[in-house]
Design a protein around this ligand. Structure first.
Ligand SMILES: Cc1cc2nc3c(=O)[nH]c(=O)nc-3n(C[C@H](O)[C@H](O)[C@H](O)COP(=O)(O)OP(=O)(O)OC[C@H]3O[C@@H](n4cnc5c(N)ncnc54)[C@H](O)[C@@H]3O)c2cc1C
Length: 358
C-alpha cells in the first residue's frame, strides 16, 4: 500500500503539524519537485502558484523545483516567462511546445508526465485539484505505477500529508510509503500563492524532448470545444467574495437578483446542487463535494440549507453569512453571522443600501 493512514483528526481538535510530531520522522531524503502548471492568457494560473507554495512546504532549502508547462503559441511562451520568475524556488521551467498539449486532455499529458518523470527522477510531483489536475494525476500515476495522494490540504513532512475525508468532516493524516515519485494533488484554497519575486531571479526555460509522442498518444479522447461564460466577474474558485443561492431562490429569474448583489460586491456567484439540478444556473457554479471547493474571505449563502455535501465545498471560508427562513437550518451551524429571514427581503434591502461598485 503506497499511502498509509497514520491518524485522523476531528476538524478543529488539533493541528496536523502538532500531531505529526509523535509520528516517527522519516529519514531525510533528497527532494526534487515537479509542479504541473496550468496557464491562461500568458500567465500561470493562481491554482498552480498554490501548487508552488505546496512545493515550498515540502522543502525550502534543498528542494529542486521544476515547473512543467504545455501548449503552443505566444501564450505558452509568455506564461513560461511568467513561470520563470514566479518563485525563487523554481530552478527550471520545462516547456512542452506542441498543439497536442494546447488543450487539457489527460491522455497525452499523462504520457508527457511519465516521460518528464523518467528523465528528471523527481521525488514529488504536484498538481492542483482542478478538473484538469484531477483527471491527469491518476492516469499519470498509473503509468508510473504509484498511488497518488489526493486533495492535500497541509504538508507536515515531505511524505506526511493532511487531507479531508468523509466530505470534509474529518481530517486524515497519511504517510506516503511508496516508490518515487510521491504524486499529489493539492487543494489550492489551502496554500496561498506566494507573492511575485521582488528581485530578478529568472529560472532557465528548457524545451521538453517530445520524441515519445506517437499518433496514439491522445488515446480515445479528442478535443471538441470550450464553452465558457463571458463574464467580468471573478473566477468562482479564487474570488475573495462569493454569494451563493440555493433552492430557496426558487427560479432562474430570482438568481438575477443575486447577480445584482454580486455585481455590487465584486463577487462570484455560486449555487447549490439543488439549484443547479433545478436548472436555475449552469453546473459550473456548483459549490460542494461534487462542485467547486472555495474558501473566500466572505461567503454569503441565501436559501441554502447547509447539506453536508455543500458544506464540504465552502466550510473553510473565512467569514460565512447565511440567510434562511428556517432557524434550524444546518447552515447556521457553520455560519459566523446568521439571519433568520425571508431572503428576498434581505436581498432587496442589501441592494438598496449597498453602493454601486466603482
Ligand atoms: C453524492 C452527492 C453529492 C452532492 N454534491 C453536492 C454539491 O457538490 N453541492 C451541493 O450544494 N449539494 C450537493 N449534493 C446535494 C445536497 O445533499 C443537498 O441536496 C443540496 O445541497 C441542497 O441544496 P439547497 O440547500 O439549495 O436546497 P434545500 O436543502 O432544499 O434547502 C433550501 C433552503 O432554502 C430555505 N428557503 C426557502 N425559501 C426561502 C426564503 N424565501 N428565504 C430564506 N430561506 C428560504 C429553506 O429553509 C431551506 O433551508 C450532493 C448530494 C449527493 C448525494
Amino acid at each position: 500500500m503506497a499511502a498509509m493512514v497514520v491518524g485522523a483528526l476531528r476538524r478543529g481538535t488539533a493541528t496536523a503539524g502538532g500531531s505529526s510530531r509523535s509520528f516517527a520522522r522519516s529519514l531525510p531524503r533528497p527532494v526534487s519537485t515537479l509542479v504541473v502548471a496550468e496557464h491562461e492568457g500568458g500567465f500561470v494560473k493562481p491554482s498552480s502558484l498554490s501548487a508552488l507554495a505546496a512545493a515550498e512546504a515540502i522543502g525550502k532549502d534543498d528542494n529542486r523545483v521544476s515547473l512543467l508547462l504545455g501548449g503552443s503559441g505566444p501564450g505558452l511562451h509568455k506564461a513560461a516567462e511568467h513561470a520563470a520568475s514566479s518563485h525563487p524556488l523554481v530552478s527550471e521551467v520545462l516547456v512542452a511546445d506542441s498543439d497536442v498539449f494546447a488543450h487539457p486532455l489527460a491522455e497525452p499529458w499523462a504520457e508527457l508526465l511519465r516521460s518528464v518523470q523518467h528523465k528528471g527522477g523527481y521525488s514529488h510531483v504536484i498538481a492542483s485539484s482542478t478538473s484538469f489536475g484531477k483527471n491527469l494525476l491518476p492516469r499519470a500515476a498509473a503509468l508510473l505505477d504509484v498511488s497518488p495522494v489526493t486533495d492535500v490540504t497541509s504538508i507536515s513532512e515531505p511524505r506526511v500529508f493532511v487531507r479531508p475525508i468523509y466530505a470534509g468532516n474529518a481530517l486524515c493524516t497519511v504517510r506516503y510509503t511508496g516508490e518515487d515519485p510521491c504524486m499529489m494533488s493539492i487543494r489550492s484554497t489551502s496554500f496561498s500563492p506566494t507573492e511575485a519575486m521582488s528581485e530578478a531571479k529568472v529560472a532557465p526555460i528548457t524545451q521538453v524532448d517530445l520524441s515519445f509522442l506517437s499518433e496514439g498518444s491522445s488515446g480515445k479522447s479528442a478535443w471538441v470545444n470550450l464553452k465558457s461564460q463571458d463574464t467580468e466577474r471573478p473566477d468562482l474558485a479564487n474570488a475573495p467574495v462569493v454569494v451563493t443561492g440555493g433552492r430557496g431562490l426558487k427560479s432562474a429569474e430570482n438568481f438575477k437578483v443575486l447577480e445584482q448583489l454580486a455585481e455590487k460586491l465584486g463577487a462570484a456567484v455560486g449555487a447549490t446542487r439543488a439549484a443547479v439540478d433545478a436548472g436555475f444556473v449552469p453546473n459550473e457554479l456548483q459549490v460542494g463535494q461534487t462542485g467547486k471547493i472555495v474558501a473566500p474571505e466572505l461567503y454569503m449563502a441565501f436559501g441554502v440549507s447547509g447539506a453536508i455535501q455543500h458544506l464540504a465545498g465552502m466550510r473553510d471560508s473565512k467569514v460565512i453569512v447565511a440567510v434562511n427562513k428556517d432557524a434550524d437550518a444546518p447552515i447556521f451551524q457553520v455560519a459566523d453571522y446568521g439571519i433568520v429571514a425571508d431572503l428576498f427581503e434581505v436581498l432587496d434591502e442589501l441592494l438598496k443600501k449597498l453602493p454601486d461598485k466603482k
